[in-house]
Ligand binder design. Sequence first.
Ligand code: ZN
Length: 568
Amino acid sequence: MLKRLLSFVIAGLLMVSLSANAGAQVRKSTADLVLKNGTVYTMDQGWPKAQAVAIIGNQIAVVGTDADVEPYIGPETRVIDLNGQTVVPGLKESHGHLIGIGRAKMIVNLVGISGYDELIERVKAAAEKAAPGEWIRGRGWHEEKWTDRSSLTVRGFMTHHKLSEAIPDHPVYLSRADGHAALVNAKAMDMMNVGKATQPPAGGEIIKGGDGHPTGIFVDRAQNLIEVPPMTDSQLRQALELGIQECLTNGITMFDDAGVGHRTIRMYKAYAEQGKLDMRIYAMAAGLYTMRAIGKPILDQGGFLTVRTVKLVADGALGSRGAALLEPYEDDPGNSGFFTTPPESVYTAAQYALKHGWQVAVHAIGDRANRMMLDMYEKAMNEFPHVKDHRFRNEHTQILDEADIPRFAKLGIIASMQGIHATSDLPWAPDRLGERRTEEGGYVWQKLLKEGVKIINGTDAPVEHVNPIASFYASVTRKSPDGNPKGGMYPDQRMSREEALRSYTLDAAYGSFHEDKLGSIETGKLADITVLSKDIMTVPEDEILSTEVTFTIVDGKVRYEKSKAMIP
Ligand SMILES: [Zn+2]
């Protein structure tokens, strides 16, 4: 308590002394935008809290009290009276799929359904409106969350038969929420000549029934056996615009797009060049081929687009038992998951990246995949000891062997984890992993933080909703949105509120080499700011989830304003 009081007093003193020369770096003296009468969490170490912010152009000019910003208010200044609302640095989604978020709004939405019958109903409704023979796409089913699980008859999944009967004339392709499995109907399998004799590719699985025929569930790389027609250019543009709109509505000012192809990157570039991006994008090139095709990293194009990361996917997901484990699955003893990328490719990518100034981000969920990634990173780093600031990343970091936790710190690996995944997965993870493995190595935020590892946060949207407040709540409580279990799941691994905010702001900026320009509210930094209806740093736990985003400001411009938003 004394420590807290002292830091409050010190913060107050600093506020006074800093405000004396605030704004000195910015030449123009009239603000374009002023936020006042709020609670500002600056994330600036010496000066954690303030009341007001003045913005000139795309930069933060003054951070201080209402009186400090007063001299900067001119006739042209827009002044927003926050009425006590909370201001945080612009929130950054550190791992999502932007086109997927937009695309999800254009295809059949299967999130939140109660079971297989409802899935079929929704697909049928779409098929009735579609042109003859047109593909029906859908996404978001998650059988672990269904209340009616009577249809889950083969390896915990449903089979295609009921769907094929209801929709015989359209090929149907429905992605699981995590994108690591798909359900397709008979029409689609027939069109692709997939049947009893079809063998899965490496890194994939075709689930087959007792009669040896495919059940319609295709896992990881086996999904490629069903070739769905690609989006048209206009569909792709629509998906991007819908995706950005959804992020801004949720207070996201910058987005790490975890693996996109060359075609999408070309579109992002064109948007950035024309100043048409409203949110900053940090796009990761999908695979070695895309990285090599781009060649030189793209750095802050138009201030809004950076491409300097290659994304690889080392294993599958836990739900579909594709995550590569050191010991077999608890509920599938013959199976330890699989690598979806061979170790040599991770090594080659790391070498290329260290040589040419790229960052590597490897999706690794299981403990065996994480260890393989660390081994390959280490091997490559030993060949390039002069590259100190590589900031190699791991995406997800869900299950670790205890021996590997200190290696993250030693090698300087950033753990890109999704708070919300922990509370979605922990209720059923012990089925897959057993109690001991889940407790020792599952979503071990505090174990990583104590070693000094930087954790960056996100949602993997559209796997989960992009809402950062829900992920923040999961991060600080380890509880489901309904508040259960009362004490949280393995609660000793919870983040403090400050750690969670840091993982969405300053450390998130570090994850993309932007901490000098973004991630905190400081004079001279770029004006990316999120305004919240409630003080998520102090309200009781159960009020966090009802917090709303009221303003999203990117590069000094208000890009979303709740009071002006159209109710959909
Ligand atoms: Zn992802």
